[in-house]
Design a protein around this ligand. Structure first.
Ligand code: CO
Length: 208
């Protein structure tokens, strides 16, 4: 007997429901993928990209990892960005963090978690880059502040990729957004760090 049978039952129910509303939905979708958005978010099971922004399959290209980090040399994330920008020609890259992020919390502490501690070094770097600002934040606000600041740092990292820089150089329309999700009420907040040109990116990143 097949394990996890109930998930296959769920799948049939889901596909039938969609087909009832639009009989050709899957046929149309199988022929073309043309999303306008790339979502870079946390792997946390409570932050599912499509559901949060209420978009159907086919409408958002997704990359998720622990604590929504964009590392300069992460071929996985970079390949996703390249494919999204150069092949799918998305117009928006959304970096979405969330409050209560376990990865961020772990990076603020000094407990050992094994291999993942190496990944979380990137969050510790975010702390190090922003130590002065962080020292001014109230102790009980630091966790939320770091969840937000991490998003802003990752927006900078997206902007600094050769892929995004070249897209702007070629005159392509492309914006990078920094958002955060509140687990407690299901709502998104814009962190107002949207970047739409190399000039804006240089200003955000303090590079002249
Ligand atoms: Co998280």
């Amino acid at each position: 007997m097949k394990k996890l049978k109930f998930l296959f039952d769920n799948n049939v129910e889901w596909a039938e429901k969609i087909k009832k509303e639009d009989p050709d939905f899957f046929i149309k979708l199988s022929k073309l993928q043309a999303p306008e958005y790339l979502w870079i978010g946390c792997s946390d099971s409570r932050v599912p990209a499509n559901e949060i922004i209420n978009l159907a399959p086919g409408e958002v290209f997704v990359h998720r990892n622990i604590a929504n980090v964009v590392v300069h040399t992460d071929l996985n994330c970079l390949s996703v960005i390249q494919y999204a920008v150069e092949v799918l020609k998305v117009k928006h890259i959304i970096v979405c963090g969330h409050y209560g992020c376990g990865g961020i919390k772990a990076a603020m502490e000094n407990n050992e978690h094994g291999l993942i501690d190496n990944w979380l070094r990137h969050i510790k770097d975010v702390i190090r880059f922003n130590l002065n600002d962080m020292s001014k934040v109230e102790e009980n606000e630091k966790f939320n502040w770091l969840c937000e600041t991490n998003v802003k740092e990752q927006v900078k990292n997206v902007c600094n990729t050769t892929i995004v820089q070249n897209a702007w150089k070629n005159g392509n329309e492309l914006s990078v957004h920094g958002w955060i999700y509140e687990l407690k009420n299901g709502q998104l907040k814009d962190l107002n760090c949207c970047v739409s040109s190399a000039k804006e990116a240089a200003e955000l990143c303090d590079i002249t």
